[in-house]
Design a protein around this ligand. Structure first.
Ligand SMILES: Nc1nc2c(ncn2[C@@H]2O[C@H](COP(=O)(O)OP(=O)(O)O)[C@@H](O)[C@H]2O)c(=O)[nH]1
Ligand SMILES: [Mg+2]
Length: 450
């Protein structure tokens, strides 16, 4: 089963001191080396053994817990031993050195996961999800990665993949066994099947738009004239006094940016200098940066002070707002009485909030979440990985080409070239190869060679 001849070893926990540290072994010698390091005569499968790790002279270096996971029921599908020691870098290094002295070699980055893939334990999307899970910055990202680690991408592809291979099998059978009792598929059926497979690729491909948001996050810029409460809102959203707030106009001179978790979406929140006629060079440069931040942001929060009549600067911003693709107009200071008729000119959709009391903030959070990552719901499968999206796009293009060839009545051999190219793209997502599967489909469903 295992493709590896050698045994690898690595510290699995982060560098530095901690309560515990784990050394992991995988490969044919893992059990023998694990037993030698811990003095346990025979490690029972999936059983935690309390043991001692000793130096060359036999002096105890640490109390450890050793657990063996014999092949194939292990993370790599090879024999795996995990030794949990105390989290001392010198001690863990000594464990690794002792394992090396007994024939293990240092694992390369990602090699445990690589072996899991090569041994057929996980597919490529699952291997990538392991990395995404470790890299997650928000719980929502972690959940998404965890679902993919359990094979959700492959599961989403499976029905489409089955239909695709059956289509190819029908075409192949029609060509190879035309003289037998296999009926050649009708052209109308072939065109419809190609279209159906293409239609199944489409929603996955388009889901990458929101999937990318989950993975990479978005930037949200807070803009408005001075004193409307931009920095107050910024601090409120971050739940920290990050930006300076004063009653004096022109306090924020430079961009202030902080990463945050916006209902699961990683957001880079940017506070900006108030937009007005600048008084001096520093403010002029600050305001220029505000406009740039608004232009660069995925979403702009345009803030107005609802307790004041709209000023000329407010009107200038309202005119700009129309050119930005994703803008939320926010009417701040709703804890104060409304100023003389400002709502008349604020768009109806303006969201009333108070950065001071927190009123309307839940609605603001939900509205932004909806705008930057629409229907990212826990249940819906979506593509978060650019590599997967690229292969899906290529598969869609080949399917389109095959569809056009079918419409034009080209020979089935020609269709098959495109169809195989498209299938290889789908296979590249999970790292599987389907050619043998297709032979299987042909021989199982067509009763050939009676
Ligand atoms: N009553 C009230 N005052 C606010 C609110 N938000 C901000 N302020 C006050 O408005 C002034 C300007 O706030 P600041 O956040 O510095 O505005 P910025 O110039 O837009 O960054 C400060 O005195 C804040 O305390 C709010 O929701 N209600
Ligand atoms: Mg400010």
């Amino acid at each position: 089963m295992s493709v590896s001849a050698d045994t690898i070893v690595a510290i699995a926990t982060p560098a530095g001191r901690g309560g515990l540290g784990v050394v992991r072994l995988s490969g044919p010698q893992a059990l023998a080396i694990g037993q030698a390091l811990t003095g346990v005569a025979a490690l029972r499968p999936r059983h935690a053994h309390f043991a001692h790790f000793r130096d060359a002279e036999g002096a105890v270096l640490d109390e450890v817990v050793a657990t063996a996971f014999p092949a194939p029921r292990s993370a790599t599908a090879e024999d795996v031993v995990e030794i949990t020691a105390h989290g001392s870098p010198v001690l863990l290094a000594a464990l690794v050195a002792a394992a090396q002295a007994r024939g293990a070699r240092l694992a390369e980055p990602g090699e445990f996961t690589r072996r899991a893939f090569l041994n057929g334990r996980i597919d490529l999307t699952q291997a990538e999800a392991v990395r995404d899970l470790i890299d997650a910055h928000t719980l929502f990202q972690a959940r998404t990665a965890a679902r993919q680690m359990q094979g959700s991408v492959a599961a989403a592809l499976r029905p489409l993949h089955r239909r695709y291979t059956e289509l190819i099998a029908r075409l192949e059978a029609g060509i190879d066994f035309a003289d037998d009792d296999v009926t050649v598929a009708a052209d109308g059926w072939i065109s419809a099947e190609i279209a159906a497979v293409g239609a199944a690729v489409e929603p996955l491909l388009s889901s990458f738009q929101r999937g990318r948001t989950v993975r990479e996050g978005v930037s949200v810029a807070i803009v408005g004239r001075p004193n409307v409460g931009k920095s107050s809102l910024f601090n409120r959203l971050l739940a920290s006094e990050r930006a300076i707030v004063t009653a004096e106009a022109g306090t924020t001179r430079d961009l202030v940016a902080e990463p945050m978790d916006w209902e699961g979406v990683p957001v880079r929140l940017v506070d900006t200098a108030g937009l007005r006629d600048p008084k001096g060079e520093a403010e002029r440069l600050g305001i220029q940066k505000s406009w740039e931040a608004a232009a660069d942001a995925h979403l702009v929060l345009a803030i107005f002070d609802r307790s004041q009549p709209l000023s000329g600067d407010d009107h200038a911003l309202l005119r700009q707002v129309r050119d930005w693709p994703l803008v939320l107009v926010v009417a701040n200071k709703c804890d104060l009485p409304a100023g003389a008729g400002p709502e008349a000119t604020l768009p109806e959709a303006a969201l009333p909030i108070s950065a001071r009391t927190g009123a309307g903030l839940a609605e603001l959070r939900a509205a932004v979440r909806q705008m930057v990552a629409p229907d990212v719901s826990e249940g819906a499968e979506f593509i978060t990985n650019a590599r997967h999206a690229q292969h899906l796009a290529a598969a869609a293009a080949h399917l389109q080409h095959a569809g056009a060839a079918a419409q034009a009545g080209l020979p089935h051999e020609m269709l098959l070239v495109d169809l195989y190219d498209g299938l290889h793209e789908l296979d590249a997502i999970t790292g599987q190869t389907t050619v043998e599967d297709i032979l299987g489909v042909i021989f199982s469903t067509f009763c050939i060679g009676k």
